[in-house]
Design a protein around this ligand. Structure first.
Ligand code: UDX
Ligand code: UDX
Length: 435
């Protein structure tokens, strides 16, 4: 054990907390992971990863000796010189972020502190949360402490490489002492990527980044509608735009809209914060509207293709909100499948890893069957809907698919395939923003 390195505690072992903890351990830190969910901690102690994230399980096992897992906050607080808050900040009914878990954890930290600690917020929180966390901790402890904002930008599906090789590391501090500790912490990372700011700016950077990316997606989805109306190809338009370095090629894939735990929640939280501060963020309201409309628009395509949905057999490929994850939070598949089932359709769904989570969210439903073999979804099907661009769908034998279907029709919500190739095989192939 390297005595010069600070010891770390991570509270909340979800996508963000667990990935961060494992990556810190990979850089030689001893990390105590605390989670209130006993079942999760038991799994982790048996080296079973509770989430599907490529590479995470392997990296966790490789660094086992530097990781410990427990449910006991007092032990965790005593262990860590630096304590990360990584609990969830779910949306409330009005769109604002529910910060009650953050407050509760801050209080628990304060009550169990026995020396100076740096308390780092990694959860996505509204601007000014750092100040509330400081106020909360001050109420319950006499010990010295610093609060830091260190937003996490990792994407699910490539969380490990995003954590080990991030584009930037943002650290918002309010004291030189905290700054120097955080500089030491991130020593093993590429130092040129470290941006030190005040706490409020760091908090804002996270909401601004996610909102901007969501805006980019809604922009290209709006353009996809225009492309369909005039007979242009949104993929080519996006390519042409993306070459311009000022615009950039990423996040210009038109589809059925963004999902996931962050964009939906953070855009609505940002609208809410702006309103609270006295600014009506109309631009972001439109980003949300375009995103919702994109799902409805896709459903309309299905209705147009099948005429009556009742008793039609629909193969659904992909349930997770994006490939390489089992996460279905705010996945477009939830809204789309619910609507189709309500209209009486029979759904045969495939996903490589997200079936359990989807079932859990949508509940038992006799109109939906789940399949681990994609070919089992298409027997006598009236249409295939592609809702997540899993790489495995690129490898299917489309001739075999066609021979098994009642009617050779694909509606691709993720623009996966080359249009001419699929159409030349005899499919009716519809996608987004391409005619
Ligand atoms: C994270 C961030 O924290 C969130 O703010 C951001 O917007 C998205 O990413 P995520 O890691 O996806 O959230 O959350 P989740 O997978 O729900 O994990 C949170 C963990 O915290 C859970 O394991 C939960 O059991 C744990 N938790 C929650 C505690 O240990 N204590 C609590 O009081 C509350
Ligand atoms: C996002 C942010 O990218 C990350 O920085 C932050 O820490 C958490 O939120 P994540 O939600 O894991 O990450 O996935 P991301 O790859 O950003 O995709 C979000 C959604 O946007 C997915 O539903 C995806 O399908 C959709 N998307 C993405 C598009 O529809 N088009 C695109 O061009 C890109």
């Amino acid at each position: 054990m390297n005595k010069n390195l600070p010891q770390l505690t991570v509270i909340g072992t979800g996508y963000v907390g667990l990935t961060s903890a494992v990556c810190f351990a990979a850089h030689g830190y001893n990390v105590c992971c605390v989670d209130s969910n006993q079942a999760k901690i038991e799994m982790l102690n048996n080296l079973i990863c509770p989430i599907y994230e490529p590479g995470l399980s392997e990296l966790m096992k490789e660094n086992r000796e530097r990781l410990r897992f427990c449910t006991n906050i007092p032990d965790g607080v005593k262990f860590g010189d630096i304590i990360f808050i990584c609990v969830q900040t779910p949306p409330r009914l009005d769109g604002s972020a529910d910060l009650s878990y953050v407050e509760e954890v801050a209080k628990e930290i304060a009550l169990n502190m026995d020396s100076y600690k740096v308390i780092v917020d990694k959860s996505t929180v509204p601007v000014e949360t750092g100040q509330h966390v400081m106020d909360t901790i001050s109420k319950y402890t006499k010990h010295e402490f610093d609060v830091v904002s260190n937003p996490e930008f990792l994407r699910e599906g490539c969380a490990i490489s995003d954590s080990l090789y991030p584009d930037r590391i943002v650290v918002g501090v309010s004291s030189p002492r905290a700054e120097s500790i955080m500089r030491v912490l991130y020593g093993p990372w590429d130092y040129t990527k470290l941006l030190i700011t005040d706490i409020k700016s760091a908090e804002l950077i996270k909401h601004c980044s996610n909102s901007f990316l969501a805006m980019k997606i809604s922009f290209i989805n709006s353009i996809s509608r225009i492309c369909e109306l005039v007979g242009a190809d949104v993929k080519l338009v996006a390519d042409g735009m993306g070459i311009d370095k000022r615009i950039g090629e990423y996040f210009l894939n038109a589809g059925i809209g963004y999902g996931g735990s962050c964009f939906v929640k953070d855009v609505s939280a940002f609208i809410w914060i702006a309103k609270k501060l006295g600014y009506d963020f109309e631009l972001l309201k439109m980003v949300e509207k375009v995103n919702r409309d994109q799902r409805t628009f896709f459903i309309k395509k299905v209705e147009k293709e099948l005429w009556i949905l009742k008793n039609k057999k629909i193969a659904v490929w992909g349930l997770s909100f994006k490939p390489d994850t089992d996460d279905i939070r705010n996945a477009p598949s939830l809204d789309i499948v619910k609507h189709l089932v309500d209209e009486g359709a029979i759904i045969r769904a495939h996903d490589p890893v997200a079936i359990q989570n989807f079932k859990h969210e949508i509940g038992e439903n006799q109109s939906i069957t789940y399949h681990t073999d994609v070919y089992d979804t298409v027997k006598d099907a009236d249409v295939v809907l592609i809702l997540t661009e899993w790489d495995e769908y690129n490898k299917v034998d489309l001739n075999k698919i066609k021979s098994m279907m009642l009617s050779a029709s694909i509606i691709d919500g993720r623009n996966m395939f080359d249009m001419d190739t699929v159409r030349n095989l005899g499919f009716r192939y519809q996608c987004i923003g391409r005619n």
